[in-house]
Write a protein that binds this ligand. Structure first.
Ligand SMILES: [Zn+2]
Length: 495
């Protein structure tokens, strides 16, 4: 055999090795192209999917689309789930529709005079006992079993509405434990007006169906008492009797699913560590409007762009497998309160201590196509990889421009950060919540026609390169010393 035959072959192997190891930028450009990025976004944000609202057919189609894309790119289902879909048990609770409250000779009506903070439909009566604010001390020594307890809302020296809500929770819990029949608090908060409270407590609420932890609670009402007149009358009444009737509250379960898959890492030393690439795929559904008006919240920026970036990364890592393993996730019900990711954080398919990093995407919108905004830049040791990857595509990585809004704690990543997992959010470039961003943010005009696909393709490429670098790094990213989530990380990763 002529030895020269080996020469071109050797060159070939060197070249292909070099291209896989040293030129991911070029490979990413070849793999992640503008028509494909546009295709994903246009499908997910199409009018036909009707805004991908939780519980709607539109979001089911989006979930199927994501799972089928995983199939076609060899992204496998996580073994513990056995499929691409993780069921998220959601339930929708409607407010009470009817109610009356009688205290002695006075009768009050639902909404106008009182609002239920907690409790199911009920019909009960009993003696009323007034116990001032109901501090822990006051409640501990009082005999409340079988009684309706009347209190002033809030606690002495605690003025914010949030403090009133948290005081309410504590009092309710304690009185439930002590066998009280119901709790009524006289409400007169100067900042949180009754009309706002009516809207807040009177609508529908969606949550995770995990009622076991808190258990059932006694009915708990806030009774409006702007000028303290009721306090004057009721606190002095002796032998006061109370009666509460509440009806029309309904709880229904809502079908919802996270979509998940994984690609195994190639490095035997690193493949038991997982990166979690994630973006929520739900949005706000539709609104009512005049005939012919746009009524669909397409959610192109929020968050079809994010899902497209995750799908494009899956395509790349199928062709050029990562060293660490990668989980690809599309969360449901982010818009309802980060519920899909919360469920996964409580019920992970791979133990959380093996999940070393979460790179989340959530898109409020963008106003600067020379930048990528990384919420959490400056807080983890992933900074260098993130910045270099963004620069490689001619973009600049900038940190959160509005730290006072605490965006880090307002998207899905926070459910993982709280567990200790370093978890920045990689967003299209925005330098402020200005008119350009607000024009689209949670508006029906956030549709694919208004996007710059050339920029978004580069953005998707930068995301994949950042992940490629982090997946191959000798050390997994960690929190910068002193970060508020560092302590959680020490607990999580010490196990
Ligand atoms: Zn979003």
């Amino acid at each position: 055999m002529n030895k020269n035959i080996f020469l071109p072959l050797a060159l070939f192997f060197t070249a292909s090795f070099a291209s896989a190891q040293q030129e991911p930028v070029e490979l990413i450009k070849e793999t992640i192209t503008e028509p494909q990025v546009e295709f994903h976004i246009r499908f997910l944000a199409s009018d036909e999917l009707q805004g991908r609202d939780v519980g709607s057919p539109g979001i089911q189609i989006a979930a199927r689309y994501i799972a089928d894309y995983f199939i076609s790119h060899n992204v496998r289902p996580l073994e513990s789930l056995g499929s691409y879909f993780q069921e998220v048990p959601l339930e929708k609770t409607t407010a009470h529709q009817d109610g009356t409250l009688r205290l002695g000779k006075h009768e009050y009506t639902l909404a106008n005079d009182f609002l239920p903070l907690a409790g199911e439909n009920a019909q009960l009566s009993g003696p009323v006992v007034y116990l001032n604010y109901g501090t822990e001390e006051e409640l501990e020594k009082a005999k409340v079993e079988g009684k309706i307890v009347l209190l002033k809302a809030g606690l002495p020296g605690e003025d914010s509405p949030q403090a009133w809500f948290s005081a309410a929770r504590q009092k309710r819990q304690l009185l439930t434990e002590k066998g009280a029949k119901a709790l009524i608090e006289l409400y007169n908060h100067p900042q949180l007006e009754w009309s706002r409270l009516q809207r807040y407590l009177g609508g529908e609420e969606m949550g995770l169906a995990e009622r076991g932890a808190e258990g059932t609670t006694i009915p708990h009402l806030w009774l409006l008492d702007v000028d303290n007149q009721k306090l004057e009358q009721l606190s002095k009444s002796k032998k006061l009797n109370g009666q509460i009737e509440l009806s029309g509250k309904e709880v229904s379960s809502i079908p919802a699913h996270n979509v998940l898959g994984f690609i195994e890492g190639t490095n035997p030393e690193l493949k038991d560590e997982y990166l979690l690439l994630a973006a929520h795929f739900d949005h706000e559904g539709t609104t009512s409007g005049a005939a012919g008006a746009d009524t669909i919240y397409n959610g192109a920026r929020d968050n079809a762009v994010g899902v497209a970036a995750v799908l494009m990364a899956a395509k790349y890592f199928n062709l050029y497998p990562p060293e660490r393993s990668i989980i690809f996730a599309a969360w449901t019900a982010e818009e309802k309160g980060l519920l899909g990711s919360a469920w996964y954080a409580q019920h992970p398919a791979v133990p959380l201590e093996q999940t070393v990093f979460n790179l989340n995407i959530d898109g409020a919108g963008y106003n600067d196509t020379t930048k990528v905004t990384i919420i959490g830049l400056g807080r983890t040791t992933a900074d260098e990889a993130l910045k270099t990857a963004v620069n490689a595509f001619g973009l600049e990585a900038i940190p959160d421009p509005v730290p006072q809004q605490n965006l880090f704690d307002r998207s899905d990543n926070v459910n993982f950060a709280r567990k200790g997992i370093p978890a920045p959010t990689f967003s299209p470039g925005f330098t402020a919540f200005d008119a350009e961003v607000l024009k689209y943010y949670h508006q029906v005009i956030d549709n694919p026609e208004t996007l710059d696909f050339d920029y978004l393709t580069n953005y998707c490429r930068a995301y994949t390169l950042a992940v490629q670098k982090i997946a191959a790094a000798a050390e997994a990213p960690y929190w910068i010393e002193g970060d508020k989530y560092e302590e959680a990380a020490e607990i999580l990763y010490s196990e």
